[in-house]
Design a protein around this ligand. Sequence first.
Ligand code: UD1
Length: 437
Amino acid sequence: MFEKSGLFAANGGWVTFQMDKFVIDGGHPLHGKVKISGAKNSTLPMLAACLLTEEPCIIHNVPHLDDVDFMLEILQSLGASVERQGTTVRIQSAKITPFGDYNLIRKMRGSICILGPLVGRLGEATVSMPGGCVIGTRPIDLHLKGLRALGTRIEVESGYVHAKAIKLRGNEIFLGGRSGPTVLGTINVMMAACLAEGRTVIDCAACEPEVVDVARFLEAMGAKIEGIGSPSLIIHGVDRLGGAEYSVIPDRIEAATFALAAAVTDGEVFMEDADLQHLSAVADKMQEAGCELVRSENGFLARRGKLLQSVDITTQPHPGFPTDAQAQMMVFMTLIPGISIITERIFESRFMHVNELIRLGADISIEGPSAIVKGGKKLSGAPVMASDLRASAALVLAGLAARGRTEVSRVYHIDRGYEKIDAKLEALGGRIERVSV
Ligand code: UD1
């Protein structure tokens, strides 16, 4: 029924980056309907969760993204069989090894979420440290703290995390860090705790919809989890987990990005399949700024209103304003007359897009963790360079809003987390072309 993905066979197991750029002719409002893909941040740990059982798992609504390809490649390197047809993936981890190689792990920070499943299933793991990232230091101390509390002996040596547990035992774990809960840390510890003996309590657990989604998938595999979606997760360990069939939730950050694309181009776009409940903080701020958002059964509509008003935002853990939508929101702020302030509380260096937006004519200054946006400016096209996933999305939005031609280079960042963004924007009337360089 399933075919092997051509990606792995075609290039000997490596995903290569294309040095493409986007050429955008801005100033054209977006109109129409866009289908929102499955959530990247649910999919990655859910794929890793398939390591917890030797039985086959089938996951639907898996987006076509470079990060998903990386994760599938990692699972294959651990011994899992991977088959893919359209947006459905079948994974069977009948026999796996506990070694996560640096050359694979370093490509994507999200790959750290293989650690919990390997420790849970095999009682051991040797996994490369994921390394830093342009948006901040991104430590994994909380992941390790949680796994240690379950009885895992952990040493970090020569760039690798060596983890070994004779028997995982449930425990009470406080998993809050200096910026609050950790999304992948919560998921990692939750996954390992599913196969620990007894009861585990994770306090200060992350409440993001993607954490909920992975917990529901684990339940489908036979896990016993209470408090899903709350900051206190209670996991009753079971002896084994089995295969499951599950469908990934829609990507709330992709939906927020397209809603903001409608706002910055003064257009009107319907986000099909998106769940506005996952986006209440973004919706609240967009409405405060003068947008109209209309919820319906299978998605929501976003349009810019006549009168815009400046807004202030602080990024926070869910249900607060998501750091992953901060850069895109900043583009909208550059168009709103008056001063808007964004304070970034999750990642300390997440203003890499600011200098590029200034190149397009924005007036933004950075004061500590805050960006002060003097809005109401007319943006004009210029060459800019993408630095990370969400910053790239912001530059595309800015290019669509600006008059004239914008070239966004290094769009491999955007291909990691947005499925066919150029084709989706083009279908909405955006003038965007992918050019190979
Ligand atoms: C996930 C998302 C990412 C999103 C982020 C915050 C995935 C694949 N990625 O990343 O898109 O921007 O949540 O919503 O799901 N921290 C520690 N110690 C740790 C772990 C984290 O101090 O062990 C800190 C981080 O530096 C950061 C904060 O906790 O300041 C939140 O990070 P975290 O929630 O862990 O981000 P990720 O799960 O890596």
